[in-house]
Ligand binder design. Structure first.
Ligand SMILES: Nc1ncnc2c1ncn2[C@@H]1O[C@H](COP(=O)(O)OP(=O)(O)OP(=O)(O)O)[C@@H](O)[C@H]1O
Length: 705
């Protein structure tokens, strides 16, 4: 037990340090603003040298000011008292005093690693580790761990009873929070793993895989900003709700340059949130779809012209369907891409027409070049070419799959009858209901198969802009602004990311791996996931192959996380019992926090499902201060959302069991868990995901009879 005066004294000491840090920050901010103003004043001087100097000055000063202006809640959150009596404060940002004394060490700097890695068994020179909480520049709480009691001076106070548990017990807001103050050792090792190769992080629900992946992105930007800020970091998550949930973590760490996408939004200009059932998703996600799409990408346009008829100097020239198809096939030989070889197709038609004109002995036939120039001017010929070989958007070609006759032709010998039947049924509603998430990877594949017309490259107008978005003039350590500008300037379909983070990787299908892989051909990777949570019901070997192909031969660095920080022990016990039905020997994480509150399992007559759900939601809303998630089987989502109206406002979210991937709520009401489990493919695993979303309260409601 800490006595109150000691605690107050310790808080006061930390407050004095925090005041110094904020005062110094204000000074730095003023200096940066002044330097920026002075830089602008140099604009009038006019010589090239002066302009270059001004540019550099304004650029650096503005960059620094932006960093200093950023949100600084919880700026200093840690302190290390070392064996050699040195004291280090750890924070979101490194700050030096005017005498070059280090006031705060950036959490990502090597000196701060001991804050996360030191343990009583291996104190790494740390005697006492202190976690400091603050709000509005006021220290509110401190928690100490005494790691090396023998080295501690006799008068060293130790206060509080554990920072981690204190943080975990707090209700959460709508978005995910950063965990910089309480990163655990095994997590820190994954966060600071080498920038090259592929870092693979696995672990059960709530073990911090997502948190680690995002903190790793921030770490890489710090460790090598010109590489990762310039080339960019892409973070891919399973769904739009999930991406919204994690969107604020990197900005809260002072990093705004990473690009976040869900699997349904990776293809430019299209986005999908609708999901297919597991069986259809397995077909659409299979690598065999590539062969189906290859056939589609070579086929004649539906409703296109069947033949070409042209009256030339009194003679009817005619190319039949068969000849036209032959010309197209020859133009597309050896994997040529349809949108890139239109010209070759057009030349083939002209050559065939000329050959026919010669065979027909057309009187006064000019030489071939003049003949072609004449034909190409004819509006009806141009109309024919446009209709026969239009520039195709992937969405057009995907639409062809919605015609059962075509689909049967494309898929014959590649997919089974049953699989073709599933696709026919799924695509029947394409025009009405729109694309599903799995279709987006098919569009990306079609885009790769069809190619794009070659356009002349635009000249780079900014002489100081180098490839990768980092300015030649920038010598300043922090290149955040340059990276932000580079991120803004990236084309919508940018693909040369320096690093790709894939979250919930167990749910990335083979076709989706191809799509993600195209965006990281030169990248290093962080891949996090948990095989026990997968909804994939297709061929596992095919999936492994596709993933390995996307990741290439890069070196793998593997990490496993073993503690569940999300669920109370009582809630995780229910989830664990569920997954053990399928995998009795699966190694599961241990949940560190007990609330003493058991989950509630309700069974109600089917006719009472609606009012019982409403009551259960009201009860959970009253019991927790933060968010409540209502999780439903996929087909029931809209119905259940209808029962609940606008209850709970922003605190309440109704999601399907598939959208619940990666999400976290303080309270969860799970409607019809039996229906989720009943899916023969991935039911139990999907239910395991749904049962492991809550931090404090879980109620399940099953209809009886
Ligand atoms: N070291 C930590 N300190 C505080 N909170 C933590 C820590 N590690 C993880 N958490 C919290 O635990 C929760 C679960 O983390 P996260 O969502 O990253 O887990 P996950 O492994 O991705 O889970 P799932 O596989 O179930 O989606 C989050 O609220 C996260 O902030």
């Amino acid at each position: 037990m800490t006595d109150q005066t000691t605690l107050e004294q310790e808080i006061a000491a930390e407050q004095r340090h925090l005041d110094r840090v904020y005062a110094r920050l204000a000074e730095l901010r003023r200096a940066a603003a002044r330097a920026e103003r002075d830089g602008y004043r140099m604009a009038g001087v006019g010589t090239f040298g002066a302009l270059v100097e001004r540019d550099a000055m304004v650029f650096h000063a503005a960059q620094r000011r932006h960093l200093l202006d950023a949100e600084h809640e919880g700026l200093v959150f840690g302190r290390l008292d070392l064996r050699d009596r040195q004291v280090l404060h750890v924070g979101r940002l490194g700050v030096r005093g005017d005498d070059a004394e280090t006031l705060v060490v950036d959490w990502r700097a090597p000196a701060a690693a001991a804050f996360y890695r030191a343990t009583p068994a291996e104190p790494l020179g740390v005697v006492r580790r202190r976690t400091i909480s603050s709000s509005d520049e006021k220290v509110t709480r401190i928690e100490d761990d005494l790691l090396d009691p023998e080295a501690a001076p006799p008068d060293m106070p130790v206060v509080g009873d554990g920072a981690l548990l204190a943080t975990l017990s707090r209700a959460t807001g709508r978005g995910m929070r950063d965990i910089i103050a309480t990163i655990q050792r095994e997590q820190d090792e994954a966060i600071r793993s080498p920038g090259s190769g592929v870092t693979i992080v696995s672990g059960g629900p709530g073990t911090g895989k997502t948190a680690v992946a995002l903190h790793r992105a921030a770490y890489l930007l710090y460790a090598d900003r010109s590489r990762y800020g310039g080339g960019g970091i892409l973070v891919v998550g399973p769904s739009a709700v999930f991406v919204e949930y994690i969107a604020s973590v990197l900005p809260s760490l002072g990093e705004e340059t990473a690009t976040l996408h869900s699997l349904g939004s990776l293809f430019p200009g299209m986005s999908a949130t609708r999901t297919d059932g597991p069986e259809v998703a397995a077909v659409k996600g299979s690598l065999r779809m590539r062969r189906v799409l290859e056939r589609a990408a070579r086929e004649a346009v539906p409703d296109g012209p069947q033949e070409l008829r042209l009256l030339y100097r009194g003679t009817l020239l005619r190319l039949e369907r068969r000849e036209l198809d032959g010309i197209r096939d020859r133009a597309l030989h050896r994997g040529a891409r349809r949108n890139e070889v239109r010209r070759v197709g057009f030349d083939g038609v002209l050559a065939a027409l000329y050959a026919q004109a010669r065979r027909s002995a057309v009187s006064g036939l000019p030489e071939q070049r003049a003949f072609e120039d004449e034909i190409i001017e004819r509006p009806e010929f141009r109309e024919f070419l446009k209709a026969w070989w239009p520039r195709l958007h992937p969405r057009h070609v995907l639409g062809w799959l919605a015609r059962p006759d075509r689909l049967h032709r494309y898929a014959a010998g590649i997919l089974s009858r049953a699989e073709i039947g599933l696709l026919v049924a799924a695509y029947r509603s394409l025009d009405v209901e729109g694309l599903t998430v799995a279709d987006i990877a098919l569009l990306d594949e079609l885009d790769a198969l069809l190619g794009r017309p070659v356009r002349p490259k635009k000249a780079n107008r900014d002489p100081f802009q180098l490839a990768g978005g980092v300015r030649e003039l920038s010598t300043f350590g922090e290149r955040q602004r340059a990276a932000r500008a580079a991120a803004r300037e990236r084309p919508e379909d940018y693909r040369d990311y320096a690093h790709v983070v894939v979250d919930e990787s167990q749910d990335v299908s083979p076709m989706q791996w191809r799509m993600v892989g195209r965006r990281g051909r030169l990248a290093s990777w962080t891949v996090v996931g948990d095989p026990a949570q997968t909804a994939w019901t297709g061929d596992q070997q095919e999936l492994d192959r596709a993933r390995d192909q996307a990741l290439g031969r890069r070196r793998r660095h593997r990490f496993t996380l073993s503690t569940n920080y999300r669920n109370s022990a009582e809630i995780f016990a229910v989830a664990a019992a569920e997954i053990r039905r399928l995998y009795p020997d699966l190694e599961l994480p241990s949940a560190v926090r007990s609330t003493g509150v058991e989950p509630v399992a309700l069974h109600v007559p089917a006719a009472e499902l609606a009012p019982a759900t409403v009551d259960a939601v009201d009860a959970v809303l009253a019991e927790v201060a933060g968010t409540v998630g209502v999780i439903t089987p996929v087909p029931r989502r809209d119905e259940v959302a209808g029962w609940l109206g606008d209850r709970g406002g922003a605190r309440l979210q109704v999601v399907t069991s598939l959208q619940a991937k990666g999400m976290e709520y303080d309270g969860v009401v799970l409607v019809c868990p039996g229906e989720i489990r009943a899916d023969p493919g991935s039911g139990v695993r999907t239910l395991y995901v749904a049962l492991s979303r809550a931090t404090q309260r879980l109620t399940t409601i099953d209809p009886t009879g």
